[in-house]
Design a protein around this ligand. Structure first.
Ligand code: DGY
Length: 332
């Protein structure tokens, strides 16, 4: 009997992909690249399972010809690249990679906040350019993180992990979220709930961790930026499009907030040239979860979901992180 086929759209870790080989005919791409809608449709047409990345847009078009496809495993916690309704309607399971990346992404949020507040990448560029001739006592002044007020917009697992890190810095944490956390969780995180306007007005540093939805598009635009302190630092580790990047560039250029750090962009991997031209924004290429252990754990989890759906691996028949588990129930 022939094995089911799995398409892996991006290079993962060879030893982890090899876990699929006893059970699947594996078509694993060796280059990281973007696929056109036509290419995606072609790649998915003939396979039983797919492991995809955040730049693969899996919508009704992409699965139109995918008559055997049973699962799409996303290698990320955010899944705005998947049209979950279309997948569910087609009876295709979808999974993501929650939890395993929470702590690494929270570490990175702090790294970006500290880096932007203390001007680490701009000062390094200046040093590398051979401009360090004398040390000015009043040069490269940044903002303290310790003792400041940290605002978090979006208080899911990652937001909470960011908040928990604040105690060592004696940083006061305020947050806003669609729904307020239970009192015991707020206590454990040391975080106080405020409305969005208060969050914008009181945060010395504001970290965005909310999921991308149509309603969250430009959740931070011209009006919201205008409510922030002139000395504030804004960090986006959530998704491109949550911040209006063009408005942010204008506000940074005018000095209406002090600095920003971005790991995600509208239209990435293209970055708004107005941001590239500024020195008070620290820019990283969507790598918040990219520690060795975490990226391996994410790949492992994506593979576990695929194996499990076909009755194999440590979670046989119980894919651990399905986004639409109802699909399995209705498949009987
Ligand atoms: C995710 O998994 O959604 C993150 O953006 C990856 O860094």
């Amino acid at each position: 009997m022939s094995k089911p086929k799995v398409w892996v759209s991006r290079p993962l870790f060879a030893d982890i992909v090899a876990r699929l080989e006893p059970y699947f005919e594996v078509h694993a791409e060796t280059d990281e690249r973007a696929y056109s809608a036509v290419e995606l449709r072609e790649r998915l047409a003939d396979v039983d399972a797919a492991i995809v990345g955040l730049s693969d847009r899996i919508d009704s078009d992409a699965i139109a010809a995918a008559k055997h496809l049973k699962i799409v495993a996303n290698t990320g916690v955010g899944y705005n690249n998947l049209d979950l309704d279309a997948l569910t309607a087609a009876g295709i399971a979808a999974s993501n990679t929650p939890d395993v990346l929470t702590e690494s992404v929270a570490d990175f949020a702090w790294a970006l906040m500290l880096g932007a507040a203390r001007r680490i990448s701009a000062s390094e560029r200046w040093l590398r350019a051979g401009q360090w001739k004398t040390s000015r006592f009043d040069g490269w002044l940044g903002a303290d993180v310790h003792g400041s007020t940290l605002g978090i917009l979006g208080m899911g697992r990652i937001g909470q992990a960011i908040a928990r890190r604040a105690s060592g810095f004696r940083t006061k944490v305020i947050y806003h979220n669609r729904s307020r956390l239970p009192a015991d969780v707020e206590r454990e995180c040391g975080a106080n709930y405020v409305d969005k306007d208060t969050l914008l007005a009181q945060s010395d540093h504001l970290i965005l961790v909310l999921p991308f939805t149509a309603a969250n598009r430009h959740a931070i635009g011209e009006a919201e930026l205008a409510r922030m302190k002139k000395t504030a630092v804004l960090v986006n580790i959530a998704r491109g499009g949550i911040v209006d990047d063009a408005a942010l560039a204008r506000v940074l250029a005018a000095g209406d907030i002090a600095a920003a750090a971005l790991d995600v962009y509208e239209g990435e991997p293209v970055v708004n040239p107005a941001l590239l031209a500024l020195d008070n924004v620290l820019l990283t290429p969507h790598i918040a979860s990219a520690s060795i252990d975490t990226r391996r754990a994410m790949a492992m989890l994506a593979v576990d979901n695929v194996l499990a759906l076909f009755g194999h691996g440590p979670h046989a028949d119980h894919p651990p992180t399905l986004l639409n588990p109802g699909v399995l129930a209705s498949a009987g």
